[in-house]
Design a binder for this molecule. Structure first.
Ligand code: AQP
Length: 335
């Protein structure tokens, strides 16, 4: 029986997690544990939609698992596992590939962004990435998915796929999953270009703050972050058309757990050079304990692997009966 409130969310092991992943997703994941049954996945099947070095992928899978635990996700209460170890994801994705419409996938902006000019040479996996994401969520009949703003369109596709499956087979089987997008940092932007989101795959490391960055590096990156020449405004609505200023103030707000208006009220009229010092102190104070805990956890790789194994077993136990019912609905014979 599906719990009334079940969360699924995932993060790719494509490199170091950054402040956007933390404030837009992972910190919220930790907080949601109080009210939901939570399943958190290191989505390695998604990671290989772009070329990956196998060694680096393994290391990154463990690092991401360690960051989830270090950020406050309790692996005994919540489930933490890596996607490739539960076969229901790939199996359900195939069934959904036969439900999703090409027109829907053609509208996905993330594919356009990631494929860029190389559309013809992009992998088919990158194209059907959102279908796999729908399978991740619906393999557990998750009712809610906490994500950053960038994943909203994929969540809408998940709802379309669930509805289309239900209609095609005349069932009321899959829930219409709700996105949970909240906080002051639903879209943390690139430190060098306030119109682009902070991303693991950006070539320049100075565009993001990684959860593994040492305090000096965090301070340096914030000092070098792009801003405009104006001082901080007294109210957040005056940040319109000031993307870099808005981003730094949003980061401060999220780290301090207050809203942008409160940050503007506190620093009204200050120059960004001074504000950046305060922001760096706050970022270091909030992130350093997580970094230290991550390092401690990564010293014992066998513990991380045991967490992932246990998580995969528990995830498999939830997904297997759901997949079996889907197979029955579709008409697959279980001889
Ligand atoms: N800049 C961001 N601001 C707020 N939330 C963000 N998320 C990612 N970037 C930001 C949220 O983090 C979760 C995990 O994301 P992901 O790593 O699986 O995928 P992504 O969105 O593709 O992240 P990146 O950093 O941009 O990775 P690459 O560069 O490898 O593609 C999601 O909930 C996402 O919303």
């Amino acid at each position: 029986m599906t719990a009334t409130k079940r969360i699924f969310s995932g993060v790719q092991p494509t490199g170091n997690l950054h402040l956007g992943n933390y404030l837009g997703a992972i910190r919220n994941w930790a907080r949601l544990q109080a009210d939901y049954e939570c399943i958190y996945c290191v989505v390695d099947l998604h990671a290989i939609t772009l070329p990956q070095d196998p060694q680096a992928l393994r290391a990154s899978t463990r690092e991401v698992a360690a960051s989830l635990i270090a950020a406050g996700i309790d692996p005994k209460g919540s489930i933490i596992f890596n996607q490739s170890q539960v076969t229901a994801h790939a199996e359900l994705a195939w069934i959904f590939n036969c439900v999703a419409k090409l027109g829907w996938l053609n509208r996905m902006t993330q594919f356009k962004d990631k494929a860029g000019k190389n559309r013809e040479t992009a992998s088919a996996g990158l194209y059907v990435y959102p279908v796999l994401m729908a399978a991740d969520i619906l393999a557990y009949k998750a009712t809610h998915v906490p994500v950053g703003e960038d994943q909203k369109q994929h969540l809408e596709l998940t709802r379309d796929i669930a509805g289309s499956f239900n209609d095609a087979y005349g069932v009321d089987f899959f829930p219409l999953t709700e996105p949970l997008i909240f906080g002051e940092a639903t879209r943390v932007m690139n430190l060098r270009d306030g119109t682009k989101k902070m991303s693991k795959s950006d070539e320049s490391d100075y565009t993001r703050i990684n959860l593994t960055d040492a305090p000096d590096l965090i301070a340096q990156k914030i000092r070098k972050a792009r801003t405009d020449a104006l001082p901080l405004p007294g109210v957040a609505r005056d940040l319109v058309d000031r993307p870099e200023a808005n981003n730094l103030i949003g980061i401060y707000a999220a780290l301090a757990d207050i809203d942008r208006d409160a940050v503007c009220a506190k620093f009204e009229g200050a120059q960004f050079a001074g504000f950046k010092n305060d922001l760096a102190d706050l970022a270091i104070a909030k992130l350093s304990p997580i970094t230290a805990e991550m390092r401690r956890l990564l010293d014992d790789v066998s513990h991380i692997d045991a967490v992932l194994r246990d998580g995969a077993d528990r995830a498999q136990a939830l997904a297997a009966p759901i997949l079996r019912e889907v197979q029955d609905i579709v008409g697959f014979l279980h001889p």
